[in-house]
Every structure is written in C-alpha cells, then in structure tokens.
Design a protein around this ligand. Structure first.
Ligand code: SF4
Length: 694
C-alpha cells in the first residue's frame, strides 16, 4: 500500500471497524495517510490485523466526504452550503421551535458506536441537560442491547467477562450465533490457534461457518439450529446438565443466589425442556444436543462466545440469560479460559453502552430513576434532570408517525439503511420537522434531513474506544478534521447554541468528567492510558490496574442470579406463502452498511449482496448460481443475486446488508426483543423466486 512512498510521521491509534479494537500505527505524509501497520505493542491484537483495518482506510480522504455543513428548510428543497455558525444556529433554532410547539419530549438524539466514548458521553449529556429529557439511544439498540439487559440481570454487569487472550486457556469453545473469522477476524485467528492446539469446538449456527473447517485434533460439533430456536436449544442443554447431574454444585452454592437457583432448577428440570421434546423446534437431533451439553459441562475450562445470532431475536435477552444460566450451572465463570464473551460488532458498542447512551441509564449503567444518581448528575451538570426513561429508537419512530416526536439529532448512524422495516423508518423520518444528520458521508438517512453537519473520521480526532473485552484504547488525531471540527466539538457547539454551554479543551477533559461520575471508570485518565497502553474497566479504587477477568471472587450483585427463560416461538412463522426463513450476517471484507468499506479497495471483493440458498431449495425453484432473485416478506420485497451453497441448510436462506441497493432491511420485520426492542433481524419468513425479467 502506497508502495515506495516514505512516511514523514506515524501516529498510534485504534481501528475504526469491529469490536476487537486492534491497535495500528498510521504512516502519514502530511495530511495523507499512506498505510496502517498493526501495532505489535497493542494488547488487543499483538501486531495482527485484518483486511478491513489494514487496507480499508481510503474512505477518509474520499471525494464523497461531506466537507461543509448543509441546510435546507424542507426535504423537498436542494441543499445549500452554510458556515458552521449558520448551520449550528439553524439546527438549534429548529430544535427550539419544535420543543416550543410540541413540548419537551418531542426531540431526541441517536448516537453511534463508531464515535468515541467522549463523543457519545457528550451527546447523552446534551439530551439530558440541554434537551431536558432522556430521549437518547444508540445503535447498540439494534445489536447488543439484550447483552446489556441479560448480563446485568444475571451477573450484575453489562459486559463480557474475559480478555481475548483468555481463549488460549479454554479446553472447549462454544460459539453461538457468531462468525468470528468474518466479523472479528483477528480474534477469529486467535480462536483458530487454540483449536489447532486441541481445544474442542461446538458451533450453534444455522450456517456452516468457516471456523468449522479449522484443521483440528477433534471433530467439531455443529448444531445447525433453525433461526428462532436459540432459547429452546440453551434450555435443552441446561436440562441435560441438570438431569444428568453435571452441574457444579460447589460453585452454585458459593457464588449463586440459592432462591433463584432453586426456582430455575425446578423450571428447567421440567420434561418440556428435554432435548427430545425440543428437537422439533430446534431442527437438531436430540442426541447431538445432549452431546453438546455433556461436552460443555465436562470440560475443565469451557468458554462461550456469541454474536448477533444470539441478540437479534424476539428472545434475544432470554437467550443471553440462558447462556448465563448454563455458564453458572457448570461453574464456567470467574477464571481464565471460561466465561461469557459477547463479540461486539462495532468498535465502540461496549463504550457507547457504558457512556449512558441508553434512555434509562446514565454512564456506568446508573438508572435515571435512582434519586441519589440523579442528584449526583444534577449537581455536576447544573440542570434539573428528568427521572423518567426516555424513548428508545423504535419508540421514536412510532411517536414520530403519531405526530408527537418531531426533532432528531442523529450522529454517525444511518438508521434508514440499518434499522428494520425500511418503509416504517422512512415514514417516521419524513414526518420530522427537524432532522440533523452528523456524518462523514451523505447517507440514506440524510435524504430526510434538514441539516447535515460534517462528521470526523477516526483519524481526525482524539478520544477512546472500548472493545469487546472492556479494553479502553486510545484514538489519536493523525490529521486535522477535514471539515474543520471533530464530532465532540460539533456537539459542544450545538449545546452552546441551545443555551447550555459546554467547556472542554480536549477529550481528556471529558474523560476526567466521566471518571468523576462513573464508578467503574473512576480510575481512568489519559495519563494512565498512555502509561499502560490500555485499561480494562472496572478501573477504580478497588481495581486500580483495571480488571482482566471479571467476577473472579464476587459479582457486583453479590451472588449471581439464575433467570427463568421460557421458550416462546417467534411470531415470524413460515407458511405456504413464505416458506423459507431468511437470516442475515456479514462478510470479511465489508463492514455493516458499507458506508466506509464501499469507498475503499475492499469494494471489489464484495460488490453486491447475494442470497445464499441450499441446492435443494434452489432446485425446487429452478434457481441457478448468479440468477437474479425476488425476495418477498410480509413487509416488503427486494432483489438479490443467487449463490447456491451447501453452507446453508434446506429451508434457510442468508444474506448480508452491506449495500443500500439490495436493501435487505426492506424485508426484515419490526418484531423485536421483548425486553430491549432489539430487532429480530435474524428471522424473516420469505418467499424466493427467480426474477422473470432475467
Ligand atoms: Fe479492525 Fe476488527 Fe480487523 Fe482488528 S479485526 S483490524 S479491529 S476490523
């Protein structure tokens, strides 16, 4: 890359893509990044990198970058370039006008897991202190909100329990609903390394993922479950553990609340949860489920790694709690090689949740209705704060369509492409009186915006990202912001214009405030980050060096709680009209909605989303590889090219959502997790047919 060109300087920073949070050294010539070299000293990646982090940074200087603020009175009008001052006041005046007409609760904000901790902290502060409500949410709503709910309920902390390196001590690795070699490639390589050393592998996934092909001393066990049957599977595994007396009685007695255990044990021991009774829901042979449970329970050190195949379901939170039940029952928590490890999709999903982006929690998962917490934040921020939780993203859309929610500040998140049921989202956006989009490109959402404020890429700012192992990594400014402001400065300017001035000279000042108000971050500051390279929270008086393995001696709630996880089949059912189940995922070379990777050389490796379909289903419909297909669901239809693939099981089809034209979310429904409203992207009943025009 940029072969033969010498760098004049290098800057250490953190990858802009997935939740592994790899460290890099960026070589630059002036304001031009030449190459990204994986940082050998980084504790996240130890000098490794993947094709996204290493090569897909050309978007930073792409001609499509928004280089000036844009404003317009109506979404029918053409854009007009404006100065920062004009655009910020235009946006603030519109928000004030909306609140004056429709009330305090009529505006809100959505933040991005691609922004830094400091930036997301400022947005939720803006909402709570300047908007005067709690209508703040984050794109983590549509990916890992069930992780936050499920782990907090059972373990008392909304985070993964391990370091990545802990996997090298695992004897058995259970991967559920995750495809680490594509979505978290550097961690996927580490996992492969452990498998080659002899660890056992169990994969619960509707597809045959690449990890199953790892050259391995033992046969991996694949549970190709039907989309929507996760909870049935985890309950059937727990039933096997209990009925075959494989639980860790000592761990349960010492570390878990007895009442919750006794209640759960009675619940799970009921024969309705047996593998034999659940097999028809799961689509996997009962003996195979029993084998998986036995292997997991009998392993010396068994670890669970999971992804969006767990959370993006109507029972996402139940499944996270089911995973915790299984790990607790077998004593697989609190030491190296074990644990529960959510693989976060974006670089700062963990951080955006930690920083109080949810409508019911201040930073550090402190509930807005807790009076002492409210008083603490009121004293620090100098404003009276709302004690009631605000709107979640889907509530914002519904309230917008009902005419009650009229203004939205959307930072770094393309909700029109990434949220389910595109038609519903577009109707909501169209009904807003003020939509402010802050992004590096004009995205799908900006089609409905009144103000576009240029965003800053990861190379244009200082700050921190927190990866999937709770590791806070530094982001360092390598070039000046292309449009003149870093995102944290833009939020400050908007807050000033709304009459709530913010005063930070540098993101380190913001981190100092976070540390003052957030018990799990109390010991974090930029000097310590420089000294140590990174810190895993909690980092406070009790854990001044940070915390590698959580819950080693106690849980934040004292003893862990078992949860009741009744299996409830999804409302999304196949029938003669919609006979196949569609599930969605990602490919190695692209990243989420593709806004960044589609503007880099990576585009050539996955220029279009395709529909993977099993040869049996393809033959029944006369479909060949490369045919143009029409995919219809109960809510919409889209078109994709066919890829006939043995990786699929008959009855299940699969696609990605990296390209706006294929619009996979045109067909996904509004079904969502019962506890958190995380959309059920992973289960959509569809009809697939060959396009007759082809
Ligand atoms: Fe970036 Fe993730 Fe690849 Fe690391 S594994 S280089 S964090 S995309």
């Amino acid at each position: 890359y940029a072969e033969g060109r010498n760098a004049t300087r290098s800057v250490k920073t953190t990858c802009a893509y997935c939740g592994v949070g790899c460290g890099f050294e960026v070589d630059l010539q002036g304001q031009e990044p030449l190459r990204m070299r994986p940082d050998k000293s980084s504790q996240s990646n130890h000098g490794h990198a993947c094709v996204k982090g290493r090569f897909a940074f050309a978007y930073v200087n792409h001609p499509d970058r928004v280089r000036s603020p844009l404003i317009r009175d109506s979404i029918e009008d053409a854009w007009r370039e404006a100065s920062w001052e004009e655009a910020i006041h235009f946006a603030a005046d519109k928000l004030k006008a909306v609140q004056a007409q429709y009330g305090r609760q009529s505006i809100g904000a959505i933040t991005s897991s691609r922004c830094t901790n400091e930036e997301t902290y400022l947005v939720q502060k803006l909402v709570r202190a300047a908007f005067g409500n709690n209508n703040t949410d984050t794109c983590a709503r549509v990916c890992h909100s069930p992780t936050g709910y499920g782990l907090k309920t059972t373990l008392g902390e909304s985070a993964g329990t391990q370091t990545f390196d802990s996997v090298l001590k695992s004897d058995l690795i259970l991967v559920i609903g995750a495809n680490p070699t594509d979505a978290h490639p550097v961690f996927g390589s580490l996992l492969r390394k452990r498998l080659r050393q002899g660890a056992e592998l169990i994969v619960a996934d509707p597809r045959h993922i690449d990890l199953l092909n790892t050259v391995h001393s033992q046969m991996p066990l694949h549970l190709p479950l039907l989309p929507g049957s996760n909870v049935a599977l985890i309950n059937a595994m727990a039933y096997t553990v209990i009925s075959e007396e494989l639980e860790d009685a000592g761990f349960i007695a010492e570390r878990c609340q007895d009442e919750s255990y006794q209640r759960w044990r009675t619940f799970i021991a009921d024969d309705r949860h047996s593998p034999e009774n659940m097999a028809s829901h799961i689509g996997v042979d009962a003996e195979r489920i029993r084998q998986a449970a036995r292997r997991y329970a009998k392993a010396e050190n068994a670890a669970i790694y999971y992804g969006l195949g767990v959370t993006e379901h109507s029972q996402g939170s139940s499944m996270v709690m089911g995973i915790a039940n299984l790990a607790l029952a077998t004593g697989n928590i609190g030491r190296e090689g074990v644990g529960i490890n959510p693989l976060r999709g974006q670089n700062n999903v963990q951080g955006s949740c930690d920083m109080g982006s949810f409508p019911h929690e201040y930073p550090g998962y402190q509930h807005v209705s807790d009076e002492s917490v409210q008083k603490k934040f009121e004293a620090a921020w100098g404003r009276e704060l709302d004690p009631d939780p605000g709107f979640r993203i889907p509530n914002m859309f519904d309230a917008a369509i009902a005419g009650q929610f009229k203004g939205l500040y959307c930072q770094g998140e393309d909700i029109a492409q990434s949220d389910p049921n595109t038609q519903h989202v577009e109707a909501a956006l169209r009904s807003l009186d003020c939509l402010i989009v802050q992004d590096i490109f004009l995205n799908e959402t900006s089609r409905f915006a009144h103000v576009v404020l240029p965003g800053s890429s990861f190379l244009e700012k200082d700050g921190t990202f927190t990866n999937a192992e709770r590791r806070i990594n530094r982001v360092r400014k390598a070039i000046e912001p292309i449009a003149g402001k870093a995102d944290w400065q833009t939020t400050m300017a908007l807050s000033d214009a709304l009459g709530y001035p913010m005063d930070y000279a540098h993101p380190s000042d913001i981190m100092d405030e976070i540390a003052l108000l957030t018990p799990s971050f109390a010991g974090v500051n930029y000097d310590l980050l420089e000294e140590k390279g990174s810190i895993q929270w909690p980092c406070n008086e009790q854990n001044p060096e940070g915390t590698a393995i959580m819950h080693s001696e106690s849980f934040p709630i004292g003893q862990a709680r078992f949860a009741i996880t009744e299996f409830v089949p999804t409302e999304e059912k196949v029938n003669r009209r919609f006979p196949l189940l569609l599930t969605t995922g990602r490919v190695l070379t692209q990243y989420n909605v593709g806004a960044q990777t589609r503007r880099t050389p990576n585009q050539t490796w996955h220029a279009e989303d395709v529909l993977e379909i099993h040869p049996f289903d393809a033959e029944q419909r006369g479909i060949n590889d490369g045919d143009r297909l029409l995919i219809k669901s109960r809510v919409g239809e889209t078109s994709l090219l066919a890829r006939v693939s043995e990786r699929m099981q008959a009855g299940v089809v699969y696609t990605t959502f990296h390209h706006p034209l294929s619009g996979a979310n045109v067909v996904t429904t509004e079904n969502s997790d019962w506890a958190t409203n995380c959309p059920e992207y992973k289960v959509t009943a569809v009809q697939v047919e060959k396009c007759m025009s082809e």
